[in-house]
Design a binder for this molecule. Structure first.
Ligand code: M6R
Length: 364
C-alpha cells in the first residue's frame, strides 16, 4: 500500500521523521540520558578498533559512521565493501569489533564477510532492518534500525535509520571510553531527539528541490561534492541519482576536485555541493568557486547562513534548517533522495523497480 503516494520511494522518504524518531526512542528511552543496547550490549572499553563492512548505500552509512566513531570515541575505524573485504582476507587483530550493516540482512557478500570474521574478531555486530535475517542471526549482537519494511529498491529510510543507530552507537562508544562526559552525552542525546522535527521542516520546504530536479533531468552527467561528513553523503547522492534516473553521477571529496575531476567542468555539467555552514564550509566554498570560475552549474545545498554567504553565481540554492554538524548527514540525506526521486519521475523511469536491480542481492 503506497498510502496515497505515487511511489513507495516517495512514501518511504516521507516516513523518515517518524521512523528515525522510532529508532531514537528504542535506543534512547525517554527520561534517561544513556544508550540502551539490546541483550548484553557491548562494552567499548574492550574494543581497540572497529572494522565496518557493507555494500551500496549501507557502505556509505559505514563511511559516515567512521567520522563519528573516530571523532567522538577516538576509535580507529576501517571501512570496506564486502565484495573486496571477503576475498582480501585481511588480518583481524585482537580486540577488534567487526560491524556489518545491511538493510535486508541477506546480502551475500556481507554475509560472507561476516562469516570470515567469525572466530577471528572478538565481537561480531550488525545493524539490520530485518531482525530474523541471516546476518542478524549470525551476529553476537544485532541492532535493529526500526525502519519498517522498505519496498523501493532505492534505499532511503533504511539509510537514515542506519545512520541514526550508528551515531547512537558511536555516542555509546565515546561514553564507555570516557571520551564524552555524562553531561556532553546528555547534550548530544537532547540534540538527537530534536532531529525528526528538523527532518519534517526539511521535507515541508522541499519544493525548490523538485524545481531543480526538472532541470537536472536534462543533464547527462552530474557531480556531487562534499567534505568531511558530507563526503559519504555526496557518494550516496550520486548512487541514488544513477540508480533511479540512469543519469551518470559521480561524487568526490571536494578537496580532490583539482586532482582530476575539475577537467570535466563545463556549462552543461551540474555540480551538487553539500555544505552546511560548519567548520569546513569555507574550504568547500573555495572548491565551489573553482567550479563557478569554469562556468559550472552549481546547486548549493546549505543552511540559511551558508546560502547568504555563498549564493553569488550559483544556479540553484536549496535551504536546509540549521542543524548540529554531527547530524547534518542524516538531515541532508533528504534533499539528496528527493533530488534523485524527482529527477527520475521527470524522466519517467520505473522509480520503485529500476532496471537491472534487485532489492536484495543474495547472489554475488
Ligand atoms: O540489504 P543491504 O543493505 O545489504 O543492501 C545493500 C545494497 O545492495 C543496497 O544498499 C543498494 O545499494 C541499494 N539499492 C541502494 O539504494
Amino acid at each position: 500500500d503506497k498510502g496515497g503516494y505515487k511511489h513507495f520511494m516517495a512514501k518511504e522518504i516521507a516516513e523518515q521523521p517518524a521512523v528515525v524518531g522510532e529508532a531514537i526512542r528504542h535506543y534512547l528511552p525517554a527520561g534517561d540520558d544513556s544508550v540502551r543496547l539490546p541483550g548484553e550490549g557491548l562494552d567499548f572499553t574492550k574494543v581497540d578498533r572497529l572494522t565496518m563492512v557493507a555494500c551500496g548505500t549501507a557502505y556509505y552509512a559505514c563511511l559516515t559512521a567512521k567520522y563519528w566513531f573516530e571523532q567522538l570515541a577516538r576509535i580507529p575505524v576501517e571501512v570496506d565493501v564486502a565484495s573486496e573485504f571477503r576475498y582480501r582476507e585481511p588480518p583481524i587483530p585482537p580486540r577488534t569489533a567487526a560491524l556489518f550493516v545491511s538493510q535486508s540482512g541477506e546480502t551475500a557478500d556481507t554475509l560472507a564477510a561476516l562469516r570470515y570474521c567469525q572466530g577471528k574478531a572478538d565481537h561480531i555486530l550488525s545493524v539490520v532492518n530485518v531482525p530474523e535475517s541471516s546476518i542478524a542471526r549470525e551476529s553476537d549482537l544485532a541492532l535493529p534500525i526500526h525502519a519498517g519494511v522498505e519496498i523501493g529498491v532505492a534505499s532511503t529510510k533504511a539509510f537514515t535509520c542506519q545512520l541514526t543507530v550508528l551515531l547512537i552507537l558511536a555516542l555509546k562508544a565515546a561514553a564507555d571510553r570516557g571520551a564524552l562526559s555524562p553531561e556532553a552525552l546528555a547534550d548530544q542525546i537532547a540534540t538527537l531527539r530534536g532531529l525528526p522535527q528538523l527532518m519534517n521542516i526539511a521535507l515541508d520546504g522541499a519544493e525548490p528541490v523538485h524545481r531543480a530536479a526538472l532541470q537536472l533531468a536534462e543533464a547527462r552527467d552530474v557531480l556531487f561534492l562534499g567534505r568531511g561528513l558530507m563526503y559519504p553523503l555526496a557518494l550516496e547522492g550520486a548512487l541514488k541519482l544513477k540508480e533511479i534516473s540512469y543519469i551518470h553521477a559521480e561524487a568526490y571529496a571536494s578537496g580532490e576536485l583539482k586532482h582530476g575531476p575539475i577537467a570535466l567542468i563545463d556549462p552543461t555539467m551540474p555540480v551538487v555541493v553539500m555544505a552546511p555552514r560548519d567548520g569546513l564550509f569555507d574550504k568547500t566554498v573555495s572548491n565551489m568557486q573553482e567550479v563557478l570560475a569554469r562556468k559550472g552549474k552549481v546547486m548549493l545545498i546549505s543552511d540559511e547562513d551558508g546560502i547568504d554567504e555563498a549564493k553569488d553565481g550559483v544556479w540553484s540554492a536549496i535551504r536546509m534548517p540549521k542543524v548540529a554538524p554531527l547530524l547534518a548527514p542524516i538531515l541532508y540525506a533528504l534533499p539528496a533522495q528527493l533530488l534523485a526521486y524527482h529527477t527520475a519521475v521527470a524522466k519517467g523511469t520505473d522509480v520503485d523497480q529500476p532496471r537491472n536491480l534487485a532489492k536484495s542481492v543474495t547472489v554475488e
